[in-house]
Each structure stands twice: as C-alpha cells, then as structure tokens.
Design a protein around this ligand. Structure first.
Ligand SMILES: Cc1cc2nc3c(=O)[nH]c(=O)nc-3n(C[C@H](O)[C@H](O)[C@H](O)COP(=O)(O)O)c2cc1C
Length: 394
C-alpha cells in the first residue's frame, strides 16, 4: 500500500522495529496527556480560507537562523536515531540536504557530529545540554565549531529525566543489560536486525572519544544521562555564550515569562517545546502555548514550535500563530525507522505537499502572505468542538 501520511509511516515503523525501540520513540511521560494534547490541540484551531486569489505560484521557502531554507522545517534532535536504522543520523541528514532543510543533531546521537557533517551538505545544528562536566561540554562546543555547526540548540526542559512508563516496562534505558525478552524482540524483527548487524556496533558518537565515558554502549548511555545537571540556572547561559558566539537557540520554553528571560539572556531563537510530552506530563500543549509566547517575544527573536506536528495544516497553524518554523520529532523518526533515508524523505515530502496545498486552499502563496493577510484562525472552545470564537489571530 502507498504511504499517504505520517500515520502510515508510524505504522510501518511499528512493524519494522523491536517493540522496545518503537515504544521509546512513540511514548511520552506518565499518562502521556501532554503528548496526546500536542497533536490533538491543533484541532482547536479552524482555518478560514480566502477564495479567488490566484494561488498558481507558491513559495514555500523560509528564512531563519541566518539561512534561506526550502521549507519552514528543521529535523529536530532525537536521541539514539542510529538505533532505528544503521547510521540513522547520517541518513536523515542526507534526506534533509536533498530537501533543502537543516537538521539538528541530538547530543545523544549514535553518529558523531563530524560524521553527520561529512555525510551531507546542509545547515547542521547541534542540540546540547550544559553538562555537569563543563570540560566535556567545552570540548563538544569546540568540535561543533570545527564541524561547521551553524547553531547550538540548548535544551532546557530536562533538568532531570522523566519517567516513561513504556520504557520502564520494556527495561529500555532503565536496565544496565538487555532483558532476555529483548533479544527475542529483536530476533522477531529480522529486517531491522539485519540492518543493525551490517552497521558498526553502536556508541554515542559525540562523547565516545572520552575514555571516562566507557567503551561499552550501555556504559556511555548511563555516563551521559548522569551528566544532566539539575543545578542549572538562567545565569549559566552566560557561561555558554562566553564559549559560543554563533546563534543560540533555547529549546523547551512554554511560558511567556521564560520566553522573555530567554530573550534577555541573549538567545537568538527559542523553541516552544515540551519535549514531545516526554518530560512534564500535564504541561500545556505547544500550540496552546504559542500565541502568548509569541506576544511576549514580540518579534525580538525567532520562534520555532515542536510537538505533535504530523500534518501540513499543523505547520500552517504554527506559522499563523507566530512561529518562524517547526522542528519535527517523531514525524521524521517514524520515516527513518520504516525505510531509512527514503522514509525520512517521504516524511518531508508528505509534509511539504500538505503544507503547499493548505496554503493554496487558504488563498495565500507564501509564509509572508500567510502572516500579512492575517489569514484567520478561529479557536474553538477546547474540548467542545463547536466554532465558538474565543480569539481571532491576525
Ligand atoms: C525518541 C525521541 C528522542 C528525543 N531525544 C531528544 C534529545 O536527545 N534532545 C532533545 O532536545 N530533544 C529530544 N527529543 C524531543 C524532540 O526534539 C522534540 O522536542 C519532540 O519530539 C517533538 O514532539 P513530536 O515528536 O511530537 O513532534 C526526543 C524525542 C523523541 C521522540
């Protein structure tokens, strides 16, 4: 059957991956309320089309973080992507390059930043945590500079790691060794297993040169997980800015107050994000958080949104409510897990087609026009589903 949308890629990923890996990607924290709300709350916003407005030529390009890009989309940081397909991060980077969009590599990646930079010619961003071991963090910043990384993306919503109950059940990252059932789980997914057998042994590429991180993959994972620093405060942003004078994106902002703090501490951009509902369950969805964050920032820095983006309409809604672009999380990883590089390309092209059509059907031909005409979004009363107008974004 042909792949029609991101949900199809998700289903294909589910079939190809061992359950514990699929659950790791697909799951959220605690009751997964925030994770579900991220996607569902896009439906709170209705699109008002404008008709009879020559939409024969459309321009989907976007400029952000100092570059011109084919789409307002970034492949966002996703840890362990190289476990879902061999050299997964490099394959994703190649798909991003072919589509003319940037990719942001996770600190927790299998391929190193240098390998990804070599694999594809696209703007590479590096997602970073300020680690307890500041020397290690400085080394990573220096490597990022040498690898021509265009922006650092500092994730700030992970002072501690949350509990993801699917991972608890599967023993993913919670056990120091694989459960006996895990080997069976892997053997029952031969396409994935063959791909992994043909790839080199996994390691965390961004830290593996460090002896103290250990040589064994599981040791490296626990070393890096223990590096998350719960003592971090806003003042620590200065430490980072003294070492990196390129664009700095702060990822994990949900409130107007924190958005202002990010601006005041010298961020170039922010990502309105709740980590895909994987950290604070009960936090508001990102599309609900975006309008007040955008109002507080008032154009002083660029804004990205992530969380639940599975449709071109979601991208249009995010842009109309004040975002300059979106980061994809699960959407591209489902593609990677299903078909490697071509699956990531499928995810991007499905979203491109939906985004393009949605713009045309709304009667606008570019992102600038989407903003200028104040193409209307109407907010339904959440949870009621009628079109009671609470707010008109213009
Ligand atoms: C499997 C997985 C691993 C992730 N790893 C990271 C990470 O290493 N660093 C980070 O900043 N965000 C990470 N995220 C969060 C994503 O960058 C992004 O915020 C989130 O996936 C967006 O929600 P969505 O998947 O619903 O689109 C991860 C998300 C997933 C699904």
């Amino acid at each position: 059957m042909k792949t029609a949308n991101i949900a199809d890629l998700r289903e294909q990923a589910r079939r190809r991956l061992p359950t514990m890996f699929f659950d790791y990607i697909d799951g959220g924290s605690f009751s997964e309320r925030t994770m579900r709300a991220n996607e569902a709350d896009f439906d709170d916003w209705l699109l008002d089309p404008l008709v009879l407005r020559d939409v024969s030529h459309r321009d989907l390009s976007a400029s952000f973080l100092g570059g011109e890009h084919a789409l307002p989309i970034v492949l966002g940081p996703v840890g362990f992507a190289g476990l879902f397909a061999g050299n997964g991060e490099a394959q994703a980077a190649q798909a991003a390059a072919a589509a003319g969009i940037p990719m942001c590599l996770s600190t927790f990646s299998i391929c190193s930043m240098e390998e990804v930079a070599r694999a594809a010619d696209m703007p590479l961003y590096l997602q970073l945590y300020i680690l307890r071991d500041r020397i290690l963090c400085e080394e990573m910043i220096e490597r990022a500079r040498n690898a021509n990384v265009k922006a650092l993306v500092l994730t700030v919503d992970s002072a501690v790691s949350s509990i993801r109950e699917r991972d608890t059940r599967n023993g993913f990252r919670t056990a120091s060794r694989l459960r006996p059932g895990a080997a069976l789980d892997m053997a029952l997914h031969p396409r994935w297993a063959a791909d992994m057998l043909l790839s080199r042994r996994p390691r965390l590429g961004n830290i593996s040169p460090r002896c103290s991180a250990g040589r064994n993959f599981m040791d490296q994972v626990s070393f890096l997980s223990n590096q998350l620093d719960p003592t971090l405060r806003w003042e620590d942003i200065r430490w980072l800015k003294e070492r990196w004078n390129g664009p700095l994106v702060i990822k994990g902002i949900l409130t107007p107050d924190d958005a202002r703090r990010a601006v005041d501490h010298g961020a170039t951009a922010i990502v309105v994000s709740n980590h895909g509902g994987r950290q604070l369950d009960g936090a508001m969805s990102t599309i609900s958080a975006l309008p007040s964050v955008a109002a507080a920032v008032d154009g002083e820095v660029e804004i990205f949104l992530d969380g639940g983006v599975r449709r071109g309409t979601h991208i249009v809604k995010a842009l109309a409510l004040g975002a300059d672009g979106v980061f994809l999380g699960r959407a591209w990883v489902y593609g990677l897990a299903a078909h490697g590089r071509s699956g990531v390309a499928d995810a991007i092209s499905l979203l491109r087609a939906e985004f393009d059509l949605t713009l045309a059907l709304m009667g606008v031909t570019s992102i600038a026009e989407l903003r200028k005409t104040g193409t209307r979004l109407r907010r339904t009363q959440p949870g009621i589903g009628n079109a009671a107008v609470l707010r008109r974004a213009s």
